[in-house]
Structures are given as C-alpha cells and as structure tokens.
Design a protein around this ligand. Structure first.
Ligand code: ATP
Ligand code: MG
Length: 139
C-alpha cells in the first residue's frame, strides 16, 4: 500500500555548499509538505545506527565519517506515494547515473557525497521519522 510519508536528510556536502534553500524549494515545488524539520549534526553512534543496514559494506566507515562531518537538515515530507515519488525526485544513488533535473543530478558530487537521503520503504520512513523527531516536533 502506498504510504504518504518519507524522511529526508540534506547531507553535509549540500549544507556546506549552501544548497539548503534550493533543495527545499525543489521539494516543495514537487508537491511535498514539510511536516517536521531541523538542522542537526549526527554523532558517530547516530550515523552507525541510522545506516546499520549497511554495516558490513566496504563503504560503511566512509559513510559514517561523511554523515557526521557537519550539520544536516532532517525533514519528514508528506505526499501521496511519498517514498517512491521522493526517490524519483532525488535520482539514482550515483549522481552520474541520476536523471537530469533530479536533486542528485543538480547538487551531488559523487556516490559517497550525494546531497540527500530518502527513505526506501514506508516502514523505514516511520522508523527514520521517529529516529529524528519527537512527537511534539511533528505537525
Ligand atoms: P540513501 O539511503 O542515503 O537515500 P540510497 O538509498 O540511494 O541512499 P543506499 O544503498 O541506501 O543508497 O546507500 C546509502 C548511502 O551509502 C548512499 O546514499 C551513499 O551515500 C553511500 N553509498 C552507497 N553505495 C556506495 C558506494 N558504492 N560507495 C560509497 N558510498 C556509497
Ligand atoms: Mg538507502
């Protein structure tokens, strides 16, 4: 069943490069409603927990180091079919393979530093939203 929520993070590269405003604009222009949002920085333990599914992958150490390297914007986004539609909007994991006009095609530098995160399932959207936000921070 299509859910209506997804969790995004604007990653440290895109925050450092000054792209918060442009990325949020593209997200809202695409019809997503922001129902929770914050600027925050992940600790090593936070990043290891968030990406635990990848802990056996060769890139895990680099991923944790990158994701903790500076502030991120975390947000819950609402729209019909949010998970799938948001992954279409951000484009492929590797920006070299991302469709023209997608957020990663526009703002990402590499497969490791790829500007944004998007949940991969309705179940993970819920888990990741709860990871970042207390109930009183969701609107
Ligand atoms: P995300 O979960 O961040 O939205 P994704 O779902 O497109 O990205 P995943 O397979 O979940 O991709 O990988 C999580 C993150 O790990 C990627 O966004 C990227 O930052 C990093 N990553 C994935 N594959 C590689 C790789 N081969 N080399 C370096 N980093 C990688
Ligand atoms: Mg993923």
């Amino acid at each position: 069943m299509a859910g209506n929520k997804t969790l995004t993070m604007i990653k440290p590269d895109a925050v450092r490069d000054g792209h918060i405003g442009a990325i949020l604009n593209q997200i809202t222009e695409a019809g997503f409603r922001i129902s929770a949002m914050k600027l925050t920085q992940l600790s090593t333990a936070d990043a290891e927990a968030f990406y635990a599914v990848h802990k056996e992958r060769p890139f895990f150490g680099g991923l944790v180091e990158f994701m903790t390297s500076g502030p991120i914007v975390a947000a819950v986004l609402e729209k019909d079919n949010a998970v799938e539609d948001f992954r279409m909007l951000i484009g492929a994991t590797n920006p070299a393979e991302a469709d023209e006009g997608t957020i990663r095609a526009r703002f990402a530098k590499s497969i490791g530093e790829n500007a944004v995160h998007g949940s991969d399932s309705n179940e993970n959207a819920q888990v990741e939203g709860d990871f970042h936000f207390a109930g009183r921070e969701k609107f």
